[in-house]
Design a protein around this ligand. Structure first.
Ligand SMILES: Cc1ncc(COP(=O)(O)O)c(C=O)c1O
Length: 518
């Protein structure tokens, strides 16, 4: 049937068979067999690739990949999943960076647990959105239980609450938003002087340590604070915040008429895996009446550690805490949360929209997470952690994290006793920062040799390590998050680094001898 004066065809019954055209691709009651088949095919390809991966990276370069991906005509579909998976192998699966490989030793990426992958499969298929009850139902309550469970593990007290976020960066951003609003409200309440909002914002300061995460600076920028809003205090020899300097900075800010809106302590610095002295910092913040945020994006795994929970002592005194389950709980990206001591502060993230979350819902006590989040549509990431806890349990997750912390301690010992290397502070978690020291080389050559070694290792694909700067000099970093990484793996990668860096230093010395500068 067609409409008068139109060539548009409309179905006469209003129902098109599920197998017909575009609709065949929709996941509906009529396509569950396709869903089973296609997903099983995809899982099969990933499983095959995971099993055959013999190094964390193939060493593919952007120049090699760019034309392969650019050459695909996105307007001409392949039509079937098998062909698309073949193509995907070529542009992604073959050359992906594989975190489950024991010689992936670079960033804070973990291998993931199978219960969480089950959760991921379920949550994307059902596709709940955790903004309102009428888009999620039980999902909202499951997320709430996990927030309560995490807050209990931290010890935040009966008024605690929180929200799942996309990652530590977002959790830290939201924490700083809440701290900013609480501080502004206090400042306005305390003075009769009228101050414009920009004037108020320009007076706000966040104090963190020199080893804190850069997302704090980013948050300050996004929150409209001044360029000098983040004050970094130095760290001690163990790369932990110097508390005397923190107290001094708070006093200095006060004297200068500035308002410290938050102190950000780090429980697991990204580079050094060290934990700021939380009890002392909590004392200082309590005495000064300053919001304490603990960035435990990395160190949160200690919450379930059977042997090391005490390293987080003092975290229970925080006003807000960032936890990244996608770092030390072996969860797939994304899975993070922001927890707060006093649920009322989450109101700073609330906006009532008539179509979604009108204020009357609060009166009707309809549970709803969008009022606590800076997102609207939001993934049901909590389900991954739920199934992890229901299948494995928290102790098993903690045991996995303990293993990598033990391994990092052993790697630090190994490096300390190896004259080829210099190793920086001993981590409380699972990083090791070190560098190769070529004999009788100047600072520039040492820097370049280490940079070269990292790149050469990555290009070979035999292992991946990270790099960072310590006091202006280039260092290398192992981040151990895979319990399958053995000391043999670590020793092997260190030998390769020594070989590459040694070769570089030697080649450069020879070149300089044959062609002296000046
Ligand atoms: C201490 C710390 N905080 C925050 C972040 C940011 O987390 P995400 O990458 O999940 O945004 C990181 C990331 O490495 C981190 O190490």
């Amino acid at each position: 049937m067609s409409l008068p004066g139109s060539t548009v065809q409309v179905p006469t019954t209003g129902v098109t068979p599920a197998s017909h055209g575009a609709r065949a691709h929709l996941f509906t009651a009529g396509t569950v067999e396709d869903y089973r088949r296609v997903l099983a095919e995809g899982i099969g390809r990933v499983a095959t690739r995971m099993a055959e991966v013999d190094r964390p990276f193939t060493g593919v370069t952007p120049d090699e990949l760019v034309p392969r991906i650019a050459g695909i005509d996105l307007d001409r579909p392949l039509g079937d999943s098998g062909a698309a998976l073949d193509e995907l192998h070529d542009v992604y699966l073959r050359d992906a960076v594989y975190f489950h490989h024991p010689r992936y030793l670079a960033h804070l990426n973990c291998p993931v647990v199978i219960p969480a992958l089950l959760g991921e499969a379920v949550l994307t298929a059902v596709n709940s959105s955790l903004d309102t009850w009428d888009q999620s139902a039980g999902g909202t309550l499951i997320e709430r239980r996990l927030i309560d469970w995490t807050a209990d593990r931290i010890g935040l007290g009966p008024a605690a609450d929180g929200i799942f976020t996309s990652g530590g960066t977002q959790s830290n951003l939201q924490a700083m938003l809440l701290a900013r609003e609480e501080t502004c409200a206090n400042l306005v309440g305390r003075t009769t002087e009228r101050q414009s909002r920009p004037e108020l914002l320009s007076r706000l300061r966040i104090i963190t340590s020199a080893a804190g995460h850069f997302s704090v600076q980013k948050a300050a920028k996004l929150l409209g604070l001044g360029a000098d809003a983040v004050v970094t205090v130095p760290t001690d020899a163990d790369r932990r915040m110097r508390t005397a300097d923190l107290a001094r900075e708070i006093a200095r800010c006060r004297e200068e008429g500035l308002a410290v809106m938050a102190v950000v302590a780090t429980a697991g610095t990204t580079d050094f895996g060290t934990i700021d002295p939380l009890p002392q910092i909590a004392d200082i913040c309590a005495a000064a009446g300053v919001w304490l945020h603990v960035d435990a994006a990395y160190g949160c795994g200690l919450l379930v550690s059977p042997t090391r929970r005490h390293l987080l002592d003092g975290i229970e005194r925080a006003d807000s805490v960032t936890v990244d389950y996608h770092k030390s709980f072996f969860q797939p990206v994304s899975s993070s949360a922001l927890l707060v001591r006093d649920r009322r502060v989450l109101r700073h993230a609330t906006w009532h929209a008539d179509y979604l979350n009108p204020a009357r819902m609060v009166e009707q006590r309809i549970p709803n997470q969008v009022d606590k989040s800076i997102q609207t549509t939001r993934r049901f990431d909590a389900l991954k952690l739920w199934l992890t806890l229901r299948i494995m349990g928290p102790d098993a997750v903690g045991e996995l994290f303990d293993e990598v912390v033990d391994r990092a301690a052993a790697a630090w010992q190994l490096l300390s006793g190896d004259p080829r290397f210099e190793v920086v502070t001993r981590s409380q978690l699972s990083t090791v920062v070190f560098r190769y020291l070529p004999a009788a080389a100047g600072r520039e050559v040492v820097d370049d040799a280490n940079l070269y070694a990292r790149e050469a290792l990555a290009a070979s694909g035999a292992g991946l390590v990270a790099g960072t700067k310590v006091d202006g000099a280039h260092y290398l970093k192992l981040t151990l998050l895979n319990p399958e990484t053995t000391m043999d793996d670590i020793a092997h990668v260190l030998d390769l680094i020594a070989e590459h860096a040694g070769w570089y230093a030697q080649t450069r010395a020879t070149a300089e001898l044959s062609c002296p500068v000046g």
